[in-house]
Design a protein around this ligand. Structure first.
Ligand SMILES: Cc1cc2nc3c(=O)[nH]c(=O)nc-3n(C[C@H](O)[C@H](O)[C@H](O)COP(=O)(O)O)c2cc1C
Length: 264
């Protein structure tokens, strides 16, 4: 355990650890309607940041975020991840160029919306889109589909030009669904960054890098690891979007004392 984590969590005394965790989270009796606490507030206020200052983030802050990541829960405590941190501006631009080129290739094959109705090109790309949506339904969701198309048209960036990129690699040997563990370790990192005044953006389009033997080698990604996401990190430029990203009020099934209720 690093010095930092030892200081926060104590050596190996579970009771002390629990007490400390309770103190940090402010666990007391909380009345209905009480204001959000600091942790809840941080989760509610975090927004994806897509414009960064040029200024580099000090390395010790990145290490601090990784340390918080290291304590993420994972199924069976299998910790199916390994981090790659890229802070080389030329390399970041090359990664951007590679992913943009990949988006162009994909858009050329499946983005039928850019062709006029009734044309051969439209019919061909529509057919290809249908085929892919059958074999990989999630990848053809309108949101990533639109993002790929915008990137291909130079109207959206892939990484958003941050000074630092963290690639949480997934160990495919992880227990159960290692993707979930990756999401959790990433959330720890993103929330630690937010608490330090830094901005982050998850980048699913980074997974194109995993398809390239050259990029896997340059980023030292070896079997059984995979690049499935990236997290761009930097100082936010301008005001982040506040409350502009809508959220669903999902139906919740509430089962209590033999009764069933639906709440929203
Ligand atoms: C796994 C994952 C992948 C994402 N990939 C991208 C991406 O490639 N590009 C991007 O600009 N945003 C990406 N995002 C950010 C989402 O668009 C964003 O979280 C969502 O719109 C909600 O907005 P908020 O983060 O500001 O609350 C991704 C988010 C997650 C969790």
């Amino acid at each position: 355990m690093s010095e930092f984590a030892t200081e926060v969590l104590g050596e190996n005394d579970p009771e002390q650890t629990e007490k400390e965790a309770g103190k940090v989270a402010g666990v007391t009796e909380i009345e209905e309607g009480a204001p959000w606490n600091a942790v809840e507030d941080a989760f509610l206020r975090r927004r994806s940041i897509r414009k960064f200052k040029k200024k580099q983030v000090p390395a010790h802050l990145i290490r601090r975020m990784l340390e918080v990541g290291r304590f993420a829960p994972s199924q069976g405590n299998c910790q199916p991840w390994k981090m790659v941190v890229v802070r080389d501006r030329d390399m970041i631009e090359e990664m951007e160029d590679f992913c943009v080129a990949s988006c162009r290739k994909i858009a050329g094959m499946v983005d039928y919306t850019v062709y006029d109705k009734g044309t051969f090109a439209r019919r061909k790309t529509e057919m290809m889109a249908k085929l892919i949506s059958r074999s990989k339904p999630n990848s053809m969701h309108p949101v990533p589909f639109a993002a790929v198309s915008l990137v291909a048209q130079n109207r959206f960036a892939v990484f958003h030009h941050p000074p630092t990129i963290i690639l949480p690699l997934m160990d495919t040997r992880g227990i159960g669904h290692p993707q979930i563990d990756l999401g959790i370790v990433g959330t720890n990192i993103v929330m630690a960054a937010h608490s330090l005044g830094l901005g982050t953006c998850w980048v699913g389009l980074a997974s194109f890098l995993n398809e390239s033997p050259e990029w896997r080698e340059r980023l030292e990604v070896e079997e059984p690891y995979e690049i499935i996401e990236a997290i761009s990190v930097g100082y936010p430029l301008g005001k982040p979007m506040r409350n502009t990203v809508s959220r669903e009020t999902h139906e919740t099934v509430w089962l209590e004392d033999g009764k069933k209720e639906l709440i929203y």
